[in-house]
Design a protein around this ligand. Structure first.
Ligand SMILES: Cc1ncc(COP(=O)(O)O)c(C=O)c1O
Length: 349
């Protein structure tokens, strides 16, 4: 008998995408980071913030950031919670809503961190397979779950469910619907405005992707005040550090920079989609900063390994349904040109 809870002893734990120690040797297209740097205003703010005030704790509620985000998204501070990445917000949510035996429902394949967080709480996972086209499965919403997760845009498919369908789901569910919009800035419409209408809805946003700030760990949750007040009780006292709070405010002060980068990524995504389609891949329609490319019936592990040997890291997933796919983050034009050049040499495999 070990010291750990049996559930922890027996679980595998979440395995994040590979982070090679030397970034220079790889074109890194495996964890959906933004290839462009953060706003110069963010960099300047960080420099300014590195001073003696670092000896002091940060604002425990990250209120300056909540106020800034409230203005940007047309809400109240009370509708917002800041997190150390949206991963922390997911963790806070699962701890706040799920105890042993409580039901959580979500469509798969999706972000596998949900599995781990539910296992830690000894909740019950009930997953529903997405159909081939990754449209919303009709079974979602039929069970009385305490929590329902929907990554939208979804990862690893990159596909998006229209906001009207999200609204339909929120209206139908008795429990809470969490819409994980980590890639929301790359998609069309956001479900954030719906929180004014549905008090069982939580929307999550990340600064890791569109704002190029994965290294600082910043996320936001949007929900009805009552839910936010509950989540505030669960979070660590000082979950966001001073630098992250200041950087997030600066990033929201320069939305144009982020939008310009999104414009470039979307253009590159279109080009890469076309090039991969010409090479025989099926590319799922993406509203994200990555694409899922499929060669039906072929296990692409060897292609993933070959690309790695050539200095290009993409993501391969071992779930049977995803074995004939690779997920590719959209990098710069030059990085993607190199990827296509390599693939042209290798294919057909
Ligand atoms: C669907 C989804 N949600 C949440 C996250 C976590 O993002 P963050 O860096 O804000 O913790 C990721 C990261 O890849 C993701 O793919």
């Amino acid at each position: 008998m070990g010291y750990l809870r049996a559930v922890i002893e027996n679980m595998v734990g979440y395995v994040p995408g590979e982070q090679p120690s030397s970034k220079d040797i790889y074109i890194k297209l495996n964890t959906n980071e933004n290839p462009y740097p953060p706003s110069p205003r963010v960099i300047q703010t960080l420099k300014d913030e590195i001073n003696s005030s670092l000896r002091l704790y940060p604002d425990p509620l990250a209120n300056p950031l909540r106020d800034k985000a409230a203005k940007v998204y047309g809400l109240q501070r009370e509708n917002l919670l800041a997190g150390n990445g949206s991963d922390e917000l997911l963790s806070i949510i699962v701890r706040a809503f799920i105890g042993k035996g409580d039901l959580v429902v979500y469509p798969t394949p999706t972000y596998t961190l949900y599995d781990t967080l539910i296992d830690i709480q000894e909740g019950i996972k009930e997953t529903v397979e997405y159909p081939e086209d990754y449209s919303l499965p009709s079974e979602i919403g039929k069970k009385e779950a305490r929590l329902t997760f929907l990554a939208n845009p979804n990862s690893p498919s990159g596909t998006c469910i229209p906001v009207t369908e999200i609204e339909g789901l929120a209206a139908k569910l008795k429990g809470v619907l969490v819409v994980d919009e980590a890639y929301g800035d790359f998609g069309q419409a956001s479900a954030i405005p719906l929180i004014k209408k549905y008090n069982n809805l939580i929307i999550l946003r990340s600064f890791s992707k569109s704002f190029s700030l994965a290294g600082l760990r910043i996320g936001l949750a949007f929900a009805d005040e009552e839910i936010i007040n509950g989540l505030l009780k669960v979070k660590d006292s000082y979950n966001l550090n001073r630098l992250s709070i200041a950087a997030a405010i600066a990033a929201l002060d320069d939305l144009g920079w982020m939008q310009q980068n999104i414009g470039r990524i979307v253009q590159t995504r279109k080009k890469v989609t076309l090039a991969l389609t010409k090479l025989g891949f099926y590319v799922f329609p993406s509203e994200s900063n990555f694409i899922l490319a499929r060669l039906p019936g072929q296990d692409l592990f060897s292609l993933y390994e070959w690309l790695k040997s050539q200095g290009i890291l993409v993501r391969y997933f071992t779930q049977p349904r995803l074995q004939d796919c690779i997920r590719i983050t959209i990098g710069t034009e030059a990085e993607m040109a190199q990827l296509i050049e390599k693939l042209e040499k290798m294919l057909p495999i």
